[in-house]
Design a protein around this ligand. Sequence first.
Ligand code: C5P
Length: 228
Amino acid sequence: MSKAIPVVTVDGPSGAGKGTISQLLAAQLGFHYLDSGALYRLLAMAAQRHKVALDNVEGLAVLAGHMDISFEMNPDGGSPTVRLEGEDVSDLIRSEEIGKLASLVAALPEVRQALLQRQRVFAREPGLVADGRDMGTVVFAQAQAKIYLTASADERAKRRYNQLISKEESDSLPALIEKVKARDERDRKREVSPLRPAEDAIVIDTTGLTVQAVLAKVRQHVDLRLGH
Ligand code: C5P
């Protein structure tokens, strides 16, 4: 990563508001946006489609390095269009089932290594907002501004529930709470790149805050760090 390119990292557990805030921030700043979770989700989906088993570490690493994916930014600050082998899978990758598979493949060091460079190439002029679990700690450890978003477990599960309801998934709220908790536990406890705030990140608890209130706090920190 070139030091001259400004990078803002936004990490945190699922449902903390990373995606919404990162996309709006990227649109405001006119920066590129990396949804790193989508890479792990795409890998999980590619593995399913190509029948690569979850214990085939070498096969998964090769797939991670070579899968044919593309992202098309949404200029209004919404989710990017995500393609796997040319097919728009933007909605398909959002299911909690794919989320679970993503967190299983994400625990493999070989997979993370294979995805490292694919993530770093997103850092291009005029700048990047990178959203994930290890953006500030590993992938963009030299980033100029680092944010860690969190929220109470209940609120995070409710947000995920509302996201999934609009995609017609049928999990009840209690069932979803358990799945989201299990995924977060796995992300926090894995040996490689566990979910945690970078030492130089500011931590923002988004429980009970509106999107605009969170964005204002984030923006204040980012402007200070980027010297805007
Ligand atoms: O953010 P999202 O919910 O799409 O991420 C799906 C999964 O991908 C996470 O639960 C986590 O296991 C993995 N992930 C990761 N590192 C990142 C982003 C996502 O391990 N930087």
